[in-house]
Design a protein around this ligand. Structure first.
Ligand SMILES: Nc1nc2c(ncn2[C@@H]2O[C@H](COP(=O)(O)OP(=O)(O)OP(=O)(O)O)[C@@H](O)[C@H]2O)c(=O)[nH]1
Ligand SMILES: [Mg+2]
Length: 327
């Protein structure tokens, strides 16, 4: 079972009003408590104030330019009168150099703007814990009133894809000239893309990358059966993040996707599915923990040993454990 490591935290009296009023220091302090899994009461108090922000996930292979794009997109959103919170989820991977660099660029460009808040999520080792912590951090930022929340994750594993999936709109970023092993990651994340970006089109191989993406997108859509005329077709955008090219179009595509969700009522459905999945996961964790405490010491291990020796089958093991725990 995944347990989140919770170091002792200094308790500050929590005042939801300070978060709702946009007190940045109170916000930063609360987010640290949230990351440590020690903010249940605060999350409960803020929950009624959530559900207003547009959550935008930005995912893709390491080094494709996600941070640079998020940075530029934030500037465009600010010019359009919106506010933005950026959550950069640092994965446990050898590719942290880019993530740190991306954050440094943002610090330089966006520092001092009261309409922007940047938070890097430290890796917790256990990705289940990281996904939960990220979802909670996003809740707080939503309550704090940011109109857009940009969640950057490296789409290298299933758990990072899960994090992106908590967004209303998922932007998948590609770049030309990545190795085949990186190209292999695409299959899984293409399915969750609402907006596709081929970044670094100033680099060789850009046209081929766009072509390849277009054909895999078309294959994916025809495999899904006859397309509904009203269905959303992910647009493929081309950008040079470092020169701020194509960013207005990206902002528009993201806004268009949100409008689409609202017009079709899919936003309500999406929200319901997200809350249902969250409720189920929490319930499962809680019931499992409760049941485990009821189970006598070593019982679980003994049944597992029997399973290993083929003295009992998995379904039989469950039956035995439930009987022992008196459920
Ligand atoms: N030539 C070119 N370089 C770019 C472009 N966009 C980003 N880069 C460079 O690519 C490198 C990686 O950019 P990041 O924005 O940090 O990429 P990332 O996807 O956030 O990286 P990770 O978080 O490490 O996965 C940096 O050196 C950027 O300056 C672009 O459009 N063209
Ligand atoms: Mg990055």
């Amino acid at each position: 079972m995944i347990t989140r490591h919770s170091p002792p935290v200094t308790r500050h009296p929590f005042d939801p009003a300070s978060i709702l009023a946009g007190d940045r220091r109170a916000l930063a302090r609360l987010l640290t408590q949230v990351e440590n899994g020690a903010a249940e009461a605060a999350l409960a108090a803020l929950f009624p104030h959530t559900g207003r922000a547009h959550r935008v996930g930005v995912t893709g292979a390491p080094g494709t330019g996600k941070s640079s794009l998020v940075n530029e997109l934030t500037k465009v959103l600010r010019r359009r009168g919106q506010t933005a919170a950026i959550v950069a989820v640092d994965p446990t991977s050898p590719f942290t150099g880019g993530a740190i660099l991306g954050d440094r660029i943002r610090m330089r460009d966006l520092a001092g703007d009261p309409g922007v808040f940047i938070r890097s999520m430290a890796s917790r080792g256990a990705l289940g814990g990281l996904a939960r912590a990220t979802a909670d951090v996003v809740q707080v930022l939503d309550a704090a009133g940011f109109t857009t929340i940009l969640i950057e994750t490296v789409g290298a594993g299933q758990s990072e894809v899960e994090i992106a999936r908590t967004a209303h709109t998922v932007v998948v970023v590609e770049a030309p000239g990545l190795g085949d092993e990186v190209q292999g990651l695409k299959a899984g994340i293409l399915e969750i893309a609402d907006v596709l970006v081929v970044n670094k089109i100033d680099r060789p191989g850009a046209e081929a990358a766009v072509r390849a993406l277009r054909s895999s997108l078309e294959i994916g859509h025809s495999a899904a059966g006859p397309t509904d005329a009203a269905a959303w077709m992910p647009p493929i955008l081309q950008t040079v993040a470092t020169r701020s090219e194509g960013i207005d179009e990206l902002a528009e595509a993201v806004a268009r996707h949100r409008a689409y969700l609202q017009e079709t009522g899919l936003d309500r459905e999406q929200e319901r599915a997200r809350l249902a999945a969250d409720l189920e996961a929490r319930l499962r964790d809680r019931l499992f923990a409760q049941w485990q405490t009821r189970l006598g010491d070593g019982q679980y291990r003994r049944v597992l040993d029997k399973l290993l020796k083929r003295e009992v089958d998995p379904a039989g093991a469950v039956r035995q454990l439930l009987e022992t725990a008196g459920t």
